[in-house]
Design a protein around this ligand. Structure first.
Ligand code: ADP
Ligand code: ZN
Ligand code: MG
Length: 485
């Protein structure tokens, strides 16, 4: 533990996820990121008088999706409320949010701790709201305001104070990211701000039942920061208590350069939002049919997939975990397995090795998702089939895979065209081996005198002479026979 073991941390997270809708929450403006400043605005999202907001149905649907994926209860009736505050990037003077009656309540997510145990983290609520614009402070002396983000739909996921270490908070955050990306409702990009995390932190003596005073740490816009910032804050609070002082309830900002939490100016945290139901918006009504439809369309979530890979495919836990971390990878793997001719425990493991190894490596190198690498799952499957039926060796397969990156041909014709077919013909291999044994008489004697390691040397020489195309099983068998006599 990185801190005084007589204390435990209590952490609750508030996570904002920007929804991947085409248009904004209450108007038809585009949500596109990176357009020229203030290009995507209209009287509704600018809050001009005389206009009315109309809720985006997809926003509601996405909120329901996340609610169902986290075991929440979906409210048949929920309300939009106005959260009033003044800030230059909020032209209406209030943010449309949900307060007293949010759309989702009472859910949970199970995280896997480093020791393998599972832990349930409660989700208090998930509500819909609109984003504010962006103030730009780094262009000379003036502050500029870009309102393109104004009115972009968000969901806010509020956890129970169930996490007991920065590590658990990190794992929860990762689980949320995994879920929103599996559901296709958010791109999960922390650095670009489409997933934002504020952490509420307090500490207490182990054994205490009451919670301590909490602080709120904002600006955790990278997975690397989440743990670091929270460890800093936990230690700071313990230090205060140990020196006989008290924790003051305040909002802190993580300063990534100096690696410290600094208090926000008190003016900015003195909030009285004066929430009230938005008179311009009718209650959000969600009937049982809608919920049933969304439920039936949910993708297979990561844990179910992981269990299926372990149970039905007999893949090692580790493989199942790596393959299901991101949905495109799991889908790629499923497509490979689905297209392979031979589907046994062994061949599935082979497919897993290829996806976890070369496929992920190439995707990383090219900075693309696996679905965009030049080798489609069906072609990889065809190539693995060639390994399984003995047409090519595992070693040559690596070469074929590299060729497939630039050559769109079918693996079988690549192998044919480049003469990469594995030689299993006993007499051809025997000829090569005879020549090698003849020209390495001293090593043959060493082997026969009991120096076992020389065997590998002969295998290597044979493979080299046959440009890697000899069937290793056949080479081994012939060598063993010849060296024994
Ligand atoms: P507030 O009224 O300050 O908004 P809430 O009770 O609404 O506080 O909780 C906001 C977030 O803070 C939730 O994620 C919750 O789990 C967390 N939280 C509440 N109390 C504590 C505490 N004592 N220590 C750490 N986190 C807490
Ligand atoms: Zn608009
Ligand atoms: Mg609150």
């Amino acid at each position: 533990m990185p801190w005084d073991e007589r204390y435990e941390a209590v952490i609750g997270l508030e996570i904002h996820a920007q929804l991947l809708t085409e248009t904004k929450a209450f108007c038809g403006c585009s949500t596109k990121f990176g357009d020229s400043p203030n290009a995507n605005v209209c009287p509704v999202c600018l809050g001009l008088p005389g206009v009315l907001p109309v809720p985006n149905r997809t926003m509601v649907e996405f909120a329901i999706r996340m609610g169902l994926a986290t075991d929440c209860t979906i409210a048949p009736r929920s309300l939009f409320a106005r959260k009033n505050y003044f800030y230059p990037d909020l032209p209406k003077g209030y943010q449309i949010s949900q307060y007293e009656e949010p759309i989702c309540t009472g859910g949970a997510i199970t995280i896997r701790l480093p020791n393998g145990a599972q832990k349930r983290i409660g989700i208090t609520r998930i509500h819909m709201e609109e984003d504010a614009g962006k103030s730009i402070h780094d262009r000379g002396n003036d502050t500029l305001v870009d309102l393109n983000r104004c009115g972009v739909p968000l969901i806010e996921i509020v956890s129970e104070p169930d996490m007991r270490s920065p590590r658990e908070a990190y794992l929860f955050m990762t689980a949320i990211r995994q879920r929103v990306t599996y559901l296709g409702i958010c791109d999960g990009n922390l650095e670009e701000g489409s997933l934002r995390c504020d952490a509420n932190v307090s500490v207490r003596r182990v054994g205490d039942t009451a919670f301590g005073t909490k602080t709120e740490v904002k600006n955790l816009n990278s997975f690397r920061f989440v743990e670091k910032a929270l460890e800093y804050e936990v230690n700071r609070q313990i230090g205060l208590l140990e020196s006989g002082r008290r924790v003051v309830q305040e909002t802190l900002l993580w300063d990534a350069d100096r690696e410290v939490c600094v208090p926000m100016r008190s003016k900015e945290e003195a909030h009285d939002y004066r929430y009230f139901p938005d008179p311009d918006l009718a209650p959000v009504l969600v009937d049982a049919d809608w919920i049933a439809r969304v439920k039936s369309e949910l993708p297979e979530m990561p844990e179910r997939r992981r269990d299926r890979y372990v149970r039905d495919f007999q893949l090692p836990e580790y493989d199942a975990e790596v393959l299901t971390t991101e949905r495109p990878v799991a889908e790629y793997f499923d497509a490979v397995v689905g297209a392979m001719k031979s589907r046994t425990t062994e061949t599935r493991k082979l497919a897993s090795n290829w996806v976890m190894g070369d496929v992920l490596r190439v995707a990383n190198e090219q900075h693309v998702t696996v679905s965009d690498i030049p080798v489609a799952p069906e072609r990889l499957a065809a190539m693995i089939d060639l390994v399984i039926d003995g047409t090519i060796s595992g070693k040559i397969a690596k070469e074929v895979f590299d060729i497939m990156m630039t050559d769109p041909d079918a693996p079988a014709s690549i192998v044919r065209k480049r003469g990469l077919v594995q030689v299993s013909d006993t007499s051809a291999i025997e000829q090569v081996i005879d020549a090698i044994l003849r020209s390495h008489a001293p090593q043959v004697e060493q082997y026969r005198a009991g120096k076992q390691q020389v065997f590998g040397f002969f295998v290597g020489e044979t493979m080299k002479a046959m440009k890697g195309k000899a069937n290793p099983a056949v080479v081994n068998e012939i060598l063993r026979r010849k060296l024994a006599s």
